[in-house]
Design a protein around this ligand. Structure first.
Ligand SMILES: Nc1nc2c(ncn2[C@@H]2O[C@H](COP(=O)(O)OP(=O)(O)OP(=O)(O)O)[C@@H](O)[C@H]2O)c(=O)[nH]1
Ligand SMILES: [Mg+2]
Length: 239
């Protein structure tokens, strides 16, 4: 028997889960305590949270990375380049996406030709999980993305994805803000060598405070979509 512990794998693939967190001390404990044993590595990217997010994440087995510059996209870019797994899974630290669905999503992913899979929250089963304002904003942005990129996308703002780590080297990811979520989907859609597919998941009420600012982020995300569509390769990062 070898004394060297072998990495956890899912059907021979190492899986890394990356979670951006800003003041999610309650939610992150719920997420991490439900993490399946086949996940080899969990990276939590903390942006100087003022609560005990980093401490709780560390205590529950995550590798915590600190990013000084604020932003959802910024946190993702910092965390993703450190991931070691063959497959990367993402989700929020607020326990709104189903951690239990990771194995189901991986199974679908491994049986798909597409190398990027996004979990869609629509049709929303639990109406309480998303405010009407967020629902309308999401629908408008999803329609805008679908029209601009000639591809029907149900949930352009979903934060739960499963993809091959190698895809990152083929993508041009610029956004530091909330627009990162739509940008990574656009990059997958635009590149036939990657491919994009949506799969339904249940979505529930988040734990803790919302970080999204619907009017500000909705407007910025819409502008980002338009600029990315018409300024290939010349996008600024601070969107
Ligand atoms: N590191 C880091 N994480 C962030 C930042 N902004 C948001 N997050 C995290 O990114 C995830 C998504 O943010 P949410 O506030 O849940 O936004 P949302 O999911 O669009 O909105 P809800 O549907 O209300 O949950 C959460 O885990 C946040 O803690 C940030 O500036 N830095
Ligand atoms: Mg959330």
């Amino acid at each position: 028997m070898s004394l060297v512990s072998s990495p956890a794998v899912y059907r021979d693939r190492r899986v890394t889960v990356v979670i951006p967190c800003l003041n999610e001390e309650e939610g992150i404990v719920q997420v991490l305590s439900r993490m399946p044993a086949f996940v080899d590595e969990v990276i939590v990217v903390d942006n100087n949270s003022t609560d005990r997010t980093a401490e709780m994440a560390r205590r529950h087995g995550a590798h915590v990375i600190h990013e000084k510059i604020r932003g959802y996209g910024r946190a993702y870019k910092t965390g993703l380049i450190q991931a070691q797994g063959d497959i990367i899974v993402t989700l929020d630290g607020d326990h709104s996406y189903p951690v239990d669905a990771i194995s189901y999503l991986l199974e679908v992913f491994l049986h798909s030709r597409e190398r990027f899979l996004s979990a869609s929250r629509f049709p929303l089963k639990n109406r309480q999980a998303m405010s009407l304002k967020h629902w309308i904003g999401n629908k408008l942005l999803s329609v805008a993305l679908s029209v601009l990129y000639f591809r029907w996308v149900r949930d352009s703002q979903s934060g739960m994805w499963v993809f091959e780590r190698q895809c990152l080297g083929e993508m041009d990811l610029r956004s530091d803000g909330m627009a990162f979520s739509e940008e990574i989907k656009i990059e997958a859609i635009r590149r036939p060598a990657i491919g994009f597919k949506e799969i339904y998941v249940d979505y529930s009420n988040r734990t803790g405070e919302i970080k999204l600012q619907p009017w500000r982020d909705g407007y910025r995300n819409l502008i980002f979509l338009i600029r990315k569509r018409f300024t290939r390769g010349r996008m600024p990062s601070a969107c």
